[in-house]
Write a protein of this length. Structure first.
Length: 179
């Protein structure tokens, strides 16, 4: 009985919103790159990353909705320029990796996700979602650096190569007929 009909705003709502909005931009960026590249391995990787970004954006929007709130869309002033680079037919894939910031691990060695769980009020469902998101984002970074290392082996130091995941070739999809 003593419950209020007013929803209490979680302290981590801003984080969830930032992820939801940012991942939408990532989906646009990687779809643009996938549509522009001639390299089938880069295309496959960009399509995988775009799918992940799309799923993250929607999963976080769903979680925000479940908490009783809506995503607040914020403009990313640099997104349009990044998409232009990703779509470019004049830039090579190596140049795109370098100019878009996907060729190297962060220079300071810091993990941008390391503080996501500092808020001790994060509920179980949100924690699970954040954990999966962080794991997939770290994997995406490794895959992007590995792809770059394959395209530009002379540009990557041995230490960076060991941080990069082995390139994963996309599995061929089998279509089962139900006839």
């Amino acid at each position: 009985m003593g419950e209020s009909s007013e929803t209490v705003k979680p302290s981590y709502l801003g984080l969830l919103n930032a992820v939801a909005v940012g991942e939408l931009g990532g989906e646009v960026l990687f779809n643009a790159w996938a549509g522009a590249t001639k390299d089938p391995n880069v295309k496959a990787l960009c399509e995988t990353v775009a799918l992940r970004e799309a799923e993250h954006a929607r999963a976080f929007a769903k979680r925000i909705d479940e908490l009783g709130f809506s995503v607040r869309h914020r403009d990313d002033p640099g997104l349009a320029d990044r998409v232009v680079k990703a779509k470019s037919k004049k830039l090579s894939d190596v140049e795109k990796f370098e100019q878009l910031g996907f060729s190297r691990a962060p220079k300071d060695g810091k993990d941008i996700f390391a503080r996501f769980f500092d808020d001790l009020t994060i509920d179980i469902h949100t924690g699970e979602l954040l954990g999966r998101y962080i794991s997939e984002e770290r994997d995406t970074g490794r895959r992007l650096r590995a792809c770059y290392a394959t395209l530009a082996p002379d540009a990557v130091t041995p230490a960076e190569t060991t941080k990069a995941a082995k390139p994963v070739k996309p599995a061929k999809k089998k279509h089962k007929s139900k006839h």
